[in-house]
Design a protein around this ligand. Structure first.
Ligand code: GDP
Ligand code: MG
Length: 279
């Protein structure tokens, strides 16, 4: 993670976000469509409370579209609308405004009854690091101004970004912490949310093979032209390495090289559209 979280830090972030929530009509929570459970902040439901919420399943270009539908169905409810998007390409963004209007209908009707005509809808974007918050905000911003840097909570001097769909976004997203669970850690690492420098990437690649041989064996076989898979992930990793010529002297496997290659190809969607989690 770009940020090292510790309890004081988390409390401050929570407080900042809760303060900023008073200024908005709704929350846009972004998750990684490949790992909608692992990319969820553990306290988000309590933090957002009863604010209308839109959950964006981002990076849907990399996940399994059938599984995206399952997640949408599982997470949709009275106060939460789920939308699949690809923030890089701007796909799916059109559905956001109608979803917001639906969630805010009663409030808007009340305001209209009082005679208000031009109602501005203000929204805050939140999510754990690497889910695509900055990419999304930049895509939504009319002038495509760059917003960089991950800061927990949001800054004191907020600015509102006007978007092409008539809603205003708080300029800085609320950066939340991830769950601290082993399985979640691996999922975040597989998808590239945790920096490789702090991971043992050979172990990570082996774990990924183990996972893929379980959930996407055909895609794994096809990508690396393997006739069959072994039950033993290490054997599969060795075979993948041989197919890719990751061999050193004396026929030893170059595990570092195949690990980098495999993780890179998975993250880039080259092995296929793979959802690591189902609802
Ligand atoms: N394939 C794909 N990559 C994306 C998408 N959205 C963001 N990314 C990439 O994910 C990485 C993290 O995005 P960023 O906006 O910095 O995430 P943030 O930490 O939440 O602000 C970057 O490399 C983006 O290019 C998407 O919809 N599809
Ligand atoms: Mg960012």
């Amino acid at each position: 993670m770009a940020i090292n979280w510790f309890p004081g830090h988390m409390a401050k972030t929570r407080r900042l976000i809760q303060e900023n929530l008073k200024l908005v009509d709704a929350v846009i929570e972004i998750r990684d469509a490949r790992i909608p459970y692992s990319s969820k902040n553990p306290e988000i439901d309590r933090i957002v409370a009863d604010k209308p919420r839109i959950i964006l399943l981002n990076k849907s270009d990399l996940s399994d579209s059938k599984v995206n539908k399952e997640w949408s169905k599982a997470l949709n409810n009275e106060t939460t609308q789920v939308i699949e998007i690809n923030a890089l390409k701007g796909e799916g963004l059109k559905a956001i405004k109608p979803a917001l209007l639906k969630l805010l209908k009663e409030k808007h009707d009340r305001l209209k009854a009082k005679g208000l005509v031009n109602i501005t809808t203000r929204v805050m974007v939140v999510g754990i690091p690497n889910v695509g918050k900055s990419t999304f905000i930049n895509k939504m911003a009319r002038n495509n101004i760059a917003i960089t840097g991950d800061r927990p909570g949001v800054t004191k001097n907020k600015q509102w970004i006007k978007t092409s769909i008539g809603i205003e976004l708080m300029d800085t997203p609320g950066v939340l912490w991830p769950k601290f669970e082993e399985e979640v850690g691996f999922n975040l690492a597989f998808t590239g949310a945790i920096k490789d420098e702090i991971m043992d990437i050979e172990e990570l690649a082996l774990k990924l093979v183990e996972r893929l041989q379980e959930i996407a064996p055909e895609l794994l076989k096809a990508r690396y032209k393997l006739d069959e898979l072994s039950d033993n992930p290490l054997e599969n990793l060795d075979n993948i390495a041989k197919k890719r010529g990751c061999i050193m002297s004396k026929n030893n496997i170059d595990y570092n090289r195949i690990a980098v290659m495999l993780l890179d190809e998975f993250r880039g969607g080259k092995i296929g559209n793979i959802s690591l989690e189902r609802p």
